[in-house]
Design a protein around this ligand. Structure first.
Ligand code: ZN
Length: 480
C-alpha cells in the first residue's frame, strides 16, 4: 500500500513537473507580417498553434496566435490592394497575439498553412476558386497556385503597324543574383545581373530593402538565397504589383550603396553597419525621355470617361467633370510654355477607349497622359498612383516624373508607379495598345472624404495642372 502511494505521489510529482515545464516553455514571438502579390505571410520565431475567426458582418478576418511578444516597431500594415485594406496586430491576451485583416468586402481569406506552424500564409484574393478551400493536413505551406496570365484578345478595331514591334520588345531578364563574401566568409555584396540595362529604384519596408527593377522578369520564378548572417538574412526576387523586385531582408536598416556593374548590366549593392542608414548612396538612374525642351514636344491629354461614361461618383460631382477640368487647365499651362497639345476630348462627349491612343499615335505625340480620379468602396483608401505600360521603359519614366511632381505639389500619400496589371485582360485599354510613351494618372480618391473635397476645389485643380507642367519639364530633359 505504501509502495502504491509512493508511486502515485511520484506520478503526481512527475505530472506536475511536466505541466510546469510545458507552461514555462516560452511562446514564440511574431517576427514579421508581410503582404506580397495577394499573400499575407506571418512569420513567427517558432511553431505556434493558432485559429482563425471570420467576422462576416464587420468585413474582418482574425488570426489568433498562441504567441507572446511582437518583434515589430509598427502595429499595422497599410495594404489597400484588392480586397485587403490593412492588417493590424496586438497582444490582446497575455499568451495570444491577434492579427486582424480589414477587408473591403466579406470574403474569407484562404489559409494555406495548418497549425502548428512557424509561418502562417493566407491568400487574400477576391476569387479563390483555383485554390484549396480547406486548410491542408500537412503543416508545410502549400505552394500558391500562380494566377492565370491574362490573355490579350486580338484587336479587331485597332490597326497599328508599330504595335507588334513594341509588343515583341522583351523585358529585361534577371540573369544572376548572388551574394559575395569576404575572406572570413561574411557577406559583403549582393550582385544582380540583368541581360539589358534597367533602372533600379530602392526603398525600405521595415527592415527589407526593396530594389524595384521596372520592366524586368525573373523567368516566372522567385529566387531565395538564405544568407543567415547577423546583418543580412536573405536575398530574394519577387513579383510585386507587376514589377520584379530584389528584396534584401536585413536584421536592421543599414547604410547601403548601389553601383552599376562595370563588366555587365546590373548592380552591386553593398552595406555598412558603421555609418547611419540615412547616408546611403544611390546612383541617379538614367531616365529614358525625349531630352528636348518641352516646347518642342507634342503632348496628348486624355481626360478619362465622358458623356454617359461618368466614371466614379464623388460627393461633389462626377469623375468625368474633374478629369476634363484638370485636363483643360493642364492644356492651358502647357500651351503657355509653347507646347503643342492635343486633347482626346474637349467637352463632355463619349470617345471610345481604343480611339484615344490612336489620336496620340496618329499625331506622333511625345507623350500620352490620361487623367483620372480613383475610387474604392473603402473610404480610407487615398493617395496618388500612376500607371505605365509594362513593356515600355519610356512609359515608365513618364509615369515616374508625373508621380513625383503630383506628390510634390499636392502632398498626397504615394501608392506607387505601377505597371498596368490592374485591369483584367492585360491592362488598361488606353495604355495597352499605345506605342507613344503613356501614363495614366489617378490624381486622388473621390471616395476619400478629404481628397474628394480637394478634387472639387478649382484652386487645387489649377495647382495640380501647374505641378504636372513642372514635372513634364523635368521629364523632357532638354535645356530651354
Ligand atoms: Zn477613371
Amino acid at each position: 500500500m505504501k509502495d502504491v502511494l509512493q508511486r502515485l505521489l511520484f506520478v503526481c510529482l512527475l505530472a506536475g513537473f511536466l505541466v510546469s515545464v510545458a507552461s514555462a516553455a516560452p511562446l514564440p514571438r511574431v517576427k514579421s507580417v508581410r503582404y506580397d502579390e495577394g499573400s499575407l505571410r506571418i512569420e513567427l520565431s517558432g511553431k505556434a498553434t493558432f485559429k482563425t475567426v471570420h467576422w462576416k458582418t464587420a468585413n474582418r478576418f482574425c488570426v489568433d496566435i498562441d504567441a507572446e511578444g511582437i518583434g515589430m516597431a509598427a502595429d499595422e500594415l497599410d495594404v489597400n490592394i484588392g480586397p485587403l485594406t490593412r492588417v493590424r496586430w496586438a497582444q490582446w491576451k497575455p499568451e495570444n497575439v491577434r492579427i486582424v485583416l480589414d477587408l473591403t468586402e466579406s470574403i474569407r481569406p484562404v489559409l494555406l498553412t495548418a497549425p502548428p506552424a512557424d509561418t502562417i500564409v493566407l491568400r487574400v484574393v477576391k476569387t479563390a476558386a483555383r485554390l484549396p478551400q480547406t486548410p491542408p493536413k500537412v503543416a508545410k505551406p502549400v505552394p500558391v497556385v500562380p494566377e492565370q496570365k491574362p490573355v490579350d484578345k486580338p484587336a479587331t478595331t485597332v490597326t497599328d503597324p508599330i504595335a507588334p514591334v513594341v509588343e515583341s520588345a522583351q523585358s529585361a531578364l534577371i540573369r544572376d543574383l548572388r551574394v559575395e563574401r569576404d575572406d572570413e566568409g561574411r557577406p559583403v555584396r549582393v550582385v544582380v545581373v540583368t541581360d539589358i540595362p534597367t533602372p533600379l529604384i530602392p526603398s525600405w519596408t521595415m527592415n527589407t530593402l526593396s530594389l524595384e527593377l521596372p520592366n524586368t522578369e525573373d523567368g516566372g520564378r522567385e529566387r531565395i538565397l538564405v544568407v543567415g548572417d547577423e546583418t543580412l538574412i536573405r536575398a530574394r526576387t519577387s513579383r510585386y504589383q507587376g514589377e520584379t523586385r530584389v528584396s534584401l531582408d536585413f536584421t536592421r536598416r543599414v547604410a547601403y550603396t548601389v553601383a552599376p556593374l562595370e563588366e555587365s548590366n546590373g548592380y552591386a549593392i553593398e552595406w555598412s553597419m558603421e555609418i547611419p542608414p540615412e547616408t546611403s548612396i544611390v546612383p541617379e538612374p538614367a531616365p529614358i525621355r525625349p531630352n528636348k525642351p518641352l516646347r518642342e514636344l507634342t503632348i496628348v491629354i486624355d481626360p478619362g470617361h465622358g458623356a454617359h461614361e461618368i466614371g466614379a461618383k464623388g460627393r461633389y460631382g462626377f469623375e468625368k467633370e474633374a478629369n476634363l477640368d484638370i485636363a483643360r487647365r493642364l492644356r492651358s499651362a502647357l500651351e503657355n510654355k509653347g507646347v503643342r497639345v492635343i486633347m482626346t476630348r474637349e467637352t463632355d462627349v463619349y470617345v471610345p477607349l481604343q480611339r484615344r491612343p490612336q489620336i496620340a499615335m496618329e499625331a506622333r505625340a511625345d507623350a500620352f497622359i490620361s487623367i483620372h480620379c480613383n475610387a474604392t468602396k473603402s473610404p480610407q483608401s487615398q493617395g496618388v498612383e500612376v500607371f505605365h505600360r509594362r513593356d515600355n521603359p519610356a512609359s515608365y519614366w513618364l509615369a515616374w516624373f508625373l508621380y513625383q511632381a503630383h506628390r510634390e505639389t499636392t502632398g498626397l500619400p504615394g501608392r506607387g508607379v505601377k505597371a498596368d496589371s490592374r485591369a483584367p485582360q492585360g491592362g488598361l485599354a488606353v495604355l495597352k495598345r499605345n506605342t507613344v510613351p503613356c501614363a495614366l494618372l489617378e490624381v486622388g480618391f473621390l471616395s476619400h472624404p478629404d481628397e474628394s473635397r480637394l478634387i472639387a476645389d478649382p484652386r487645387w485643380r489649377q495647382k495640380v495642372a501647374e505641378g504636372l507642367v513642372s514635372g513634364l519639364e523635368k521629364w523632357a530633359g532638354g535645356s530651354e
